[in-house]
Design a protein. Structure first.
Length: 274
């Protein structure tokens, strides 16, 4: 179910040039993060708040919950600055540059989440070290981001050719053109090409449990399959979705042997109980 936006947020979005992409991104995050908030949730932290639209929306829906955001101003996202400033001011959002900020020192969170952010983190290992100390005993960290073992780069809509360096050499002109046209200079540089295999290795190192979910990738494939506009624009990608749906192979996506190669990582990460 799509969220209902308060009038104040809608007014802010009306004057944003990229409002459609902002809304689509927020709706995407809201669909999978909102259900994670329960009656016992008291403290929530978002890693990579970006435009702050999702955090502002969640805070209006759950006024008794304390929300914090961390946004280190990653390269390639200056396009969000205008609406970000307005939302922080209007909703008095608590946004910090670092997760180990002094103001967050003594806080423990029942829910920590990041949506389309982990692929931009320079040192994921260190981030997990910090998150482990921020989770409450029964807290959970929800990660949603592209999986680069799927061999597709969604920010630039290009295939991954073996690795990041070779992919850049082949698609350099398109990457530079997209960054210029979308006012996102530095976006390619920020990508770390995270995979489920790498994520499992990191969680194991920090003695954390990881539970992978396939619902998001199934939803994504079904959305592509039912999107006539997408069919016209990206017919080859649509054909893959068509094949998966009509051959019933989509039902096999929950298998452990396949889940590592789904287009999106959707994981619930928790502390190991002693």
């Amino acid at each position: 179910m799509l969220p209902i936006y308060p009038k104040k947020i809608s007014k802010f979005l009306e004057i944003e040039q990229n409002s459609r992409s902002l809304i689509n991104s927020c709706n995407f995050g809201y669909k999978y993060i909102a259900p994670e908030i329960s009656k016992r949730t008291k403290m929530v932290l978002e890693i990579g708040s970006g435009s702050c639209l999702l955090l502002a929306l969640l805070s209006t829906k759950h006024k008794k919950i304390s929300f914090d955001g961390v946004d280190p101003n990653i390269e390639g996202f200056s396009i969000f600055n205008n609406i970000k400033k307005k939302l922080i001011c209007e909703y008095k959002l608590q946004i910090h540059q670092k997760i180990n900020s002094n103001k967050l020192n003594n806080k423990k969170y029942d829910l920590i989440f990041s949506v389309d952010v982990l692929e931009h983190v320079d040192d994921i290992d260190h981030l997990f070290f910090l998150i482990k100390n921020k989770l409450s005993k029964k807290g959970k960290f929800i990660v949603i981001c592209p999986n680069y073992d799927f061999l597709y780069e969604p920010h630039f809509n290009i295939p991954v050719i073996i690795n990041k360096d070779l992919t850049y050499k082949i698609f350099r002109k398109k990457i530079l053109s997209d960054e210029k046209n979308n006012l996102s200079s530095g976006l390619w540089k920020s990508l770390n090409f995270i995979t489920i295999k790498k994520l499992k290795k990191i969680t194991k190192k920090h003695s954390m449990n990881i539970k992978l979910k396939s619902e998001l990738s199934v939803d994504l494939i079904m959305k592509i399959y039912n999107d006539e506009d997408f069919k016209i624009r990206k017919f080859k990608t649509w054909l893959i979705a068509y094949f998966l749906v009509n051959s019933s192979l989509i039902n096999l996506l929950k298998l452990n042997s396949i889940i590592n190669y789904l287009p999106y990582i959707h994981a619930e990460i928790t502390l190991k109980t002693k």
